[in-house]
Design a protein around this ligand. Structure first.
Ligand code: HEM
Length: 192
């Protein structure tokens, strides 16, 4: 069971986060070596567009758009959000001149981490509940007693589902900071 936890929950969680940091460092180092740091400045645009595109899943989930398989859209949401965050991180690079965009980066990272935590926690809780339910069924426990025994686990799962309530305000903070940064850039920045 411990090997399963490590393999299916802990490792993918860290691989996704560490992969993001490692890819950022490698690509940013390559841009510096190739004397092409200016490319990073423009990567903010496709990064932002990818992150915006990743919200398609949220719109589908809330019924704002009616087309698309939710599971496929969830997978696309994760790829787009990860790649968009990567581009924005490369864009942020190692320049420290302004506080606002760095707060946006911090909110973005908390957002990615909270999304992943929710995903892995929820997945693990669901699998745990299914394993216990199967075990009880195999032991011939009647459905009524089974539901009674799983009552507290069911409540715990419902509590874990509430993580979305945390994910949403963090997304809002990220969006506000990012929009403020973008507005300031387009108002004052003289593009080379
Ligand atoms: C349409 C999207 C975006 C555009 C056009 C854009 C543009 C720019 C530009 C031109 C700079 C350089 C400013 C300077 O050198 O003084 C910059 C810096 C930066 N941007 Fe963006 N950006 C975008 C999206 C984002 C997003 C979504 C984030 C964060 C989540 C972000 C975070 C940063 C950071 C951290 C810096 C470095 C600030 C510093 O020098 O201290 N950007 N951006």
């Amino acid at each position: 069971m411990r090997a399963t936890l490590l393999r299916y929950d802990v490792l993918p969680f860290f691989a996704t986060l560490c992969g993001l940091v490692a890819a950022t460092v490698l690509i940013d180092a390559a841009l510096h070596l190739l004397d092409a740091v200016w490319i990073g400045r423009y990567l903010g645009i496709p990064g932002t567009l990818l992150i915006l595109g990743s919200f398609g899943y949220s719109l589908r989930k809330r019924g704002v758009i009616k087309v698309g398989n939710p599971l496929t859209l969830l997978r696309i949401h994760k790829y787009m959000a990860w790649t968009g965050s990567l581009l924005v991180l490369i864009h942020a690079g190692i320049h420290f001149n302004a506080l606002l965009p760095w707060l946006a980066v911090a909110a973005m990272l908390v957002n990615v981490a909270s999304g992943l935590t929710g995903e892995f926690l929820l997945d693990r809780s669901r699998r745990h509940l299914n394993v216990i339910r199967d075990q009880l069924r195999q032991q011939g426990v009647a459905e009524e007693i089974l539901e009674e025994r799983l009552h507290w686990d069911g409540l715990t799962l419902a509590a874990v589902r509430q993580w979305r309530r945390v994910h949403f305000p963090i997304t809002l903070a990220f969006a506000t900071l990012a929009i403020a940064h973008i507005v300031v850039i387009f108002l004052f920045w003289v593009w080379p």
